[in-house]
Design a protein around this ligand. Structure first.
Ligand code: PLP
Length: 412
């Protein structure tokens, strides 16, 4: 079997400048935002400022991971016990588990067949008097219909929380994704388009929400301007229940460095992804996600290749992913299963069900019917974004590997 093991770019990336910044954080004597002020701006604050400016938002609050960003976002929007949060049925488990963590009820909503993002019609049908917030997850580089969802949220007084963990830098109608919601959460975990190993960011342009986000991830403390070197830049005061969800200075130094390369890397990936989209037109039985017209510069964390069950048989994702991995010498993953059939979403094993039978019924993922998400989750594979840092010509290999997989697995 011919493989192409050494032909793909690797991820994560760093340069000598990343090393310099990391060493500067190490030598600064301040390793976290809750360490003493050195007289120089922290990497954490520099990253927060640069990331907000990059997006065109007023504020960004770094966190230890994307799940923490989602959690403080829900709390800052006052979502808690008794509230329902609309969560797309096809996404990473953290979207539902963060709602669970704040004591709310995740209500799983089906997705659009072409984009695999939250269906606004299904969201509307799932509304109850207890619905408090809706999570707009821009999946695999596609995007939720923000115009329709924004209108729905305004009509019903819902908080809109974007999850941009798959789309760092993407542009919708001239504005970056992450500036449409009351808050947007980003993950900076190792596999994401912008990464520091583990990290997250919560973004908002509302000063009151910013203050809550800031304090929630640093045990309720507030930023103190004008602290003398040697003292904390944080002050204690009552009013906000927080937790320690801070991003360390090392992570912030690496994230800050990666931000400088994001647009350039996204442009490379975009060119190769578009080439692969063209090529997929010639491979029977597979097709990419639809790209909404308003998405003028997309950025995709993974490239989702959908498999037609009539051609491959139902549930072929594991077999196809294994074949592609073997042929391409790059790890191709089966898509995540819908959250009502997902081994990682097990709310009935959580302490919240101790509240009684009614609570257990509310939290049971099996109560949701998500035909589109269920089918899509079993009939798709995802290619990692770093493959697309290779030149567009290289996409011929991917199309050829898909063709081979189709020939091997095609049902008669
Ligand atoms: C990665 C991811 C998260 C969670 O982020 P972590 O940094 O792993 O906690 C949340 N939502 C989506 C859509 C993700 O892809």
């Amino acid at each position: 079997m011919k493989t192409h093991r050494h032909q793909w770019p690797t991820w994560p990336r760093f340069t000598p400048r990343t090393e310099e910044r990391l060493l500067a954080a190490l030598r600064s004597g301040r390793w976290t935002v809750s360490g003493a002020y050195t007289g120089e701006r922290s990497f954490e604050e520099s990253f927060a400022r640069d990331f907000a400016a990059y997006l065109g938002a007023a504020h960004a609050v770094p966190t230890c991971n994307g799940s923490a960003a989602l959690t403080i976002a829900l709390e800052a929007l006052d979502v808690g016990p008794g509230d329902e949060v609309l969560v797309p049925g096809l996404t990473w488990v953290a979207c539902a588990s963060s709602a669970l963590r704040v004591g709310a009820t995740p209500v799983l909503v089906d997705v659009e067949p072409d984009t695999l993002c939250l269906s606004v019609a299904a969201a509307e049908a799932a509304l109850t008097p207890r619905t408090k917030a809706v999570m707009a997850v821009h999946l695999y580089g596609s995007a939720v219909d923000l115009d329709a969802l924004g209108a729905l949220a305004r009509r019903h007084g819902l908080a809109l929380l974007e999850d941009c963990s798959h789309v760092h830098g993407a542009v919708w109608g001239g504005r970056r994704l992450g500036t449409f919601g009351d808050i947007a959460a980003f993950s900076l975990q190792q596999t994401k388009l912008l990464t520091c190993g583990e990290g997250g960011v919560a973004v908002t342009s509302d000063p009151r929400i910013h203050s809550r986000l800031y304090r929630k991830r640093v045990d309720g403390r507030r930023h103190r301007a004008g602290a003398p070197p040697g003292e904390l830049e944080l002050e204690e005061l009552p009013g906000v229940q927080g937790y320690n969800y801070c991003m360390s200075e090392f992570n912030a130094a690496v994230a800050l460095d990666g931000l400088g390369r994001l647009d350039e890397e996204n442009a490379l990936r975009r060119a190769s992804m578009r080439r692969l989209e063209e090529l997929l037109g010639g491979v029977e039985g597979v097709f990419p996600l639809a790209r909404p017209a308003a998405l003028t510069a997309e950025a995709a964390y993974q490239f989702c290749v959908r498999l037609r069950p009539e051609v491959f048989g139902h549930g072929a994702k594991h077999k196809v992913a294994a074949l592609l991995t073997q042929q391409l010498g790059a790890y191709v993953e089966p898509a995540d299963s819908a959250l009502n059939r997902n081994d990682l979403y097990q709310p009935l094993s959580s302490g919240w069900v101790r509240a009684g039978e009614r609570r257990a019924r509310e939290l049971d993922p099996a109560r949701f019917e998500l035909p589109v998400a269920e089918a899509a989750g079993e009939n798709a594979v995802v290619l990692p974004h770093w493959m697309f840092l290779a030149p567009p010509e290289r996409m011929d290999l991917v199309a050829a590997a898909l063709e081979t997989a189709r020939n091997r697995l095609a049902v008669a």
